[in-house]
Design a protein around this ligand. Structure first.
Ligand code: SF4
Length: 106
């Protein structure tokens, strides 16, 4: 009887320790996480040139009023994910920006 109780206590403690190990990881991954949208390996050389030179796309714009997430060309997938753009190919950061920014129609 005593060993059954000891085993139950051990399993109960194991469950508590396991939950404690998982919760902090969940909290850190559940927080807002800035996406990295710099992988242009799937682009053609021409599309990569437009992105880099013509549009001068950057991952984080210096002008918060003109970021991708409030551009008419942006095709978003949420604040924590790379979106797309109608004119600049490749993954687009919602906090990014470029010279082709256009205000959304109001
Ligand atoms: S046009 Fe430029 S600013 Fe607008 S969504 Fe595309 S990359 Fe972002």
């Amino acid at each position: 009887m005593k060993s059954v109780m000891a085993r139950r206590d051990a399993l109960r403690h194991l469950a508590i320790f396991s939950a404690a190990a998982v919760v902090p990881g969940f909290l850190t991954t559940g927080c807002s996480k800035k996406p990295s949208c710099e992988d242009v390996s799937g682009l053609s050389p021409a599309d990569a040139t437009v992105r880099r030179d013509t549009a001068a796309y950057v991952e984080a714009t210096t002008d918060p009023a003109k970021k991708c997430s409030n551009c008419a060309q942006y095709e978003g997938k949420g604040p924590d994910a790379c979106g797309g753009c109608k004119v600049v190919k490749g993954p687009i950061n919602p906090e990014g920006g470029c010279k082709l920014w256009v205000a959304k129609a109001t």
